[in-house]
Design a protein around this ligand. Structure first.
Ligand code: F6R
Length: 277
């Protein structure tokens, strides 16, 4: 895709839901979209997420780097969130996750990668600095998002203001339960707080790509996409965004009411042609 067609695609502002047959196919489509954006704009500012859903996306981006020469050398990244009190070298930190799953496997300049500082003594100042760094980079071009079972994007737990900015946030019991697997199965070992981009910070990105897979996400995904916009489900705020793609597998799509329409869009709209095969 040329730089011009990238901006033409961006000019067609809308929210779309794309349903793929499996988690692998959903991750493949998400990674192809990211790769297309990176090829069109090598200095892309990419917003990144962690979590199990994203591992498949990062594996595919690494494969594209190795097999197709996808170039990360001048792209810049900003992660959504980080646990408070977990140092970057700890395997539970999101900095460690990113280095492990993506950064150490591609030709990215680590100086161009950013993860919120969960060890800062002044968390408020560090959060403001993070917002400033995003601004100085020219804003986020594409923000990758997962969705938590509590309906969060980033760690924007229920009642996160839709205009919130990067800040620290207490995690819900459901979120700590959901993430216990990475802490030996014990929810009490999951940190109680995290620094997260705000909902407003996320909505400022020029394009959103939300990826969700698996049966456990079906109910919350349907609420986020087809339900009312509410601060109780921060993911529902994506409905306010003019350029948002929701990429899901069959299991995550099970509770959507309008899937025939979503399928028709993917099968018929011309900008999806190159991604159908
Ligand atoms: C992680 C993040 C979270 C996750 C969400 C889904 O950086 O921002 O919102 O995307 O909790 O996590 P998984 O993919 O593990 O189900």
């Amino acid at each position: 895709m040329t730089r011009a067609s990238y901006f033409n695609l961006n000019a067609k502002l809308k929210m779309e839901v794309i349903i793929r047959t499996s988690p692998e196919e959903a991750a493949e489509l998400a990674s192809r979209l990211i790769a297309a954006r990176m090829r069109a704009k090598p200095e892309l500012v990419l917003g990144l997420a962690t979590g199990r859903t994203m591992e498949r996306v990062y594996d595919r981006l690494v494969a594209k780097h190795q097999k197709e020469g996808l170039d990360f050398s001048i792209c810049r990244t900003f992660n959504l969130d980080e646990y408070i009190g977990v140092p970057p070298e700890d395997e539970h930190s999101y900095r460690y996750y990113m280095n492990h799953h993506l950064f150490s496997r591609v030709n990215i300049d680590l100086a161009n990668t950013h993860v919120p500082d969960g060890m800062a003594t002044d968390l408020r100042a560090a959060a403001a600095h993070y917002e400033q760094l995003i601004q100085e980079a020219g804003g986020i071009d594409v923000q990758l998002l997962g969705i938590g079972e509590a309906g969060h994007i980033g760690f924007n737990e229920p009642l996160s203001a839709l205009m919130s900015r990067t800040r620290d946030k207490a995690l819900m019991p459901l979120t700590r339960q959901q993430n216990a697997e990475m802490f030996g199965g014990d929810p009490d070992k999951v940190p109680k707080r995290a620094v997260t981009m705000g909902v407003g910070t996320i909505l400022d990105a020029r394009e959103l790509l939300l990826l969700a897979t698996g049966r456990a996400k079906a109910s919350i995904l349907a609420k986020a996409v087809e339900g009312p916009i509410t601060a109780m489900i921060s993911a529902s705020a994506i409905q306010l965004h003019p350029n948002c793609k929701v990429i899901i597998d069959e299991d995550a799509a099970r509770e959507l009411k309008e899937r025939q329409y979503y399928d028709w869009i993917f099968q018929n709209e011309p900008e999806w042609e190159e991604f159908r095969a």
